[in-house]
Design a protein around this ligand. Sequence first.
Ligand code: 5GP
Ligand code: ZN
Length: 110
Amino acid sequence: MEDCIFCKIVAGEIPSRKRYEDEEMVIFEDIHPMKRIHLLAVPKEHFATIAELDEGRAALLGRIFLKLGKLAPTLGLGEGYRLVINQGEYAGQTVPHLHIHLLGGEPLDW
Ligand code: 5GP
Ligand code: ZN
């Protein structure tokens, strides 16, 4: 997808601090961390929100959550963490390529 920041990060056209990568997802550090650890898990396929899920993308998201559960301790999130997906500008989404925020590294208030 042209002009998508996260597609460019996935393609390596914009530098990022990648923490994990496989054939269908990347995890990299958020450029403006809101917590001591703030990572973004991003499917390599471009779609904006969960409103655009189909069966294939739902299965992809399921695999991503499965991997996050296994990877969390290796990312410094073994004590616990928060997953956030902002859906649409109204909810604070600024990058229209679906991504999961992983927040942790410190105790989190609601
Ligand atoms: P959203 O507000 O869409 O849920 O989250 C987008 C996140 O992407 C923000 O937390 C923002 O700091 C992060 N972000 C935006 N541009 C870049 C970038 O070029 N590199 C990295 N690593 N993070 C970015
Ligand atoms: Zn994209």
